[in-house]
Design a protein around this ligand. Structure first.
Ligand code: AHG
Ligand code: MN
Ligand code: MN
Length: 337
């Protein structure tokens, strides 16, 4: 018997008392939005949704990156799906400079939703997996007005987090703090079906993921770790390693949740004033919680990512996550070089 996402959420609510009905509604709405994004992604060149916003001239988001049409479409789909349900106070996104407060004409709920509407945008045109990443917090202040400050909570405060990967299959991966569950989109039924529960990341691995073209810019601990992997059987690790880099964090993390591995997007000397490329609030935090819930680990080289006190909505962070023993090794190289 197959278990739908709806049933899974109802059971988490009823049997385990884990999710209040407002959060259940929120997750259902996010899943519905992902279904619609999956549809737009699947159309590819048949739709008119490929390419940069405003042609080759392009416009940039707050991160200084050229926005693709699908970045904006996915962002709009998530906003429109979520603003009227009464479950949210506000939303924040990679594609919006500031927070989007639920308009006055709708009731305001107590949750805060953050997302990277389309992760791995450089892979859209080349038909390689991309995804949506999301993180849910609760508004803790009693202030009537929602501000950016309400979002600045450490990752440990997340009440739900997940992603949807648009690949050969569309898979929604979710945690509400009770392990990690995966749901595959059944296109005939139009619903997400539970396909794996209690996902576990193996503690050891022989596979690493990093953009090797940045090697000359890395810091010594990351260089040491990768050099040791590359030395293979004859080196200090005594085994051969394999490498993968999809350039979609969702797809790389999905592989790690499926068969283990380590993912690194560390600080590097290209832009020394930035702590890294990836964003803490809607990329690193949700992914780190999923990985930890599956028995893996996630640090910025020095500290657990989930413990970091955010200062800004769009702040960046260095990311090392995946199989526990490997993440601990790289972290140790940072702490005691
Ligand atoms: P986004 O498309 O949301 O801006 O994120 C892309 C991120 C991440 O998904 C991926 O791991 C990384 O950028 C790839 O960066 P490089 O092109 O520098 O390898
Ligand atoms: Mn991203
Ligand atoms: Mn993105």
């Amino acid at each position: 018997m197959s278990i739908s996402l709806t049933r899974y959420l109802v059971e988490e609510q009823r049997a385990k008392g884990r999710i209040p009905s407002e959060l259940r509604l929120l997750l259902e709405v996010v899943a519905r939005a992902c279904k619609s994004i999956s549809h737009a992604v699947n159309k590819g060149a048949l739709g008119s949704e490929l390419g940069d916003v405003m042609g080759s001239a392009g416009i940039e988001n707050v991160q200084g990156e050229v926005q693709k049409k699908l970045d904006i479409i996915a962002n709009d789909v998530l906003i429109e799906a979520n603003e009227w349900g009464g479950h949210l106070a506000a939303m924040a996104s990679e594609e919006m400079d500031s927070i989007h407060v639920v308009p006055n004409r709708y009731p305001q709920g107590e949750y805060l939703l953050m997302f990277d509407p389309l992760d791995g945008s450089s892979n859209i045109e080349v038909n390689v997996s991309i995804g949506t990443i999301f993180s849910v917090l609760k508004k803790v202040s009693n202030n009537a007005a929602v501000t950016e400050q309400d979002f600045l909570q450490p990752g440990t405060q997340q009440v739900a987090a997940g992603y949807c990967v648009y690949g050969p299959q569309t898979t929604l991966v979710l945690t509400v703090g009770d392990g990690v569950a995966m749901f595959t989109l059944d296109r005939e039924q139009g619903s997400f079906v539970l396909t794996q529960e209690n996902v576990k990341v193996p503690e050891d691995t022989k596979e690493f993921a990093i953009n090797m073209s940045n090697m000359r810019h890395w810091d010594a601990p990351v260089k040491r770790y990768v050099d040791e992997c590359l030395a293979g059987k004859e080196g200090p690790r005594g085994k051969d390693f394999n490498m993968r880099w999809i350039a979609s964090m969702v797809a790389d993390v999905h592989r790690i949740l499926t068969r283990g591995g380590i993912f690194m997007y560390p600080w590097d000397k290209r832009e020394p004033e930035k702590p890294g490329k990836l964003r803490l609030m809607y990329e690193a935090n949700p992914m780190s919680w999923l990985i930890e819930q599956a028995g893996g680990a996630a640090t910025n080289g020095n500290q657990r990512i989930l413990d970091l006190e955010p200062k800004q909505l769009h702040q960046r962070v260095s990311v090392i996550l995946g199989s526990k023993n490997e993440v601990e090794r790289v972290t140790k190289y940072h702490v005691t070089p």
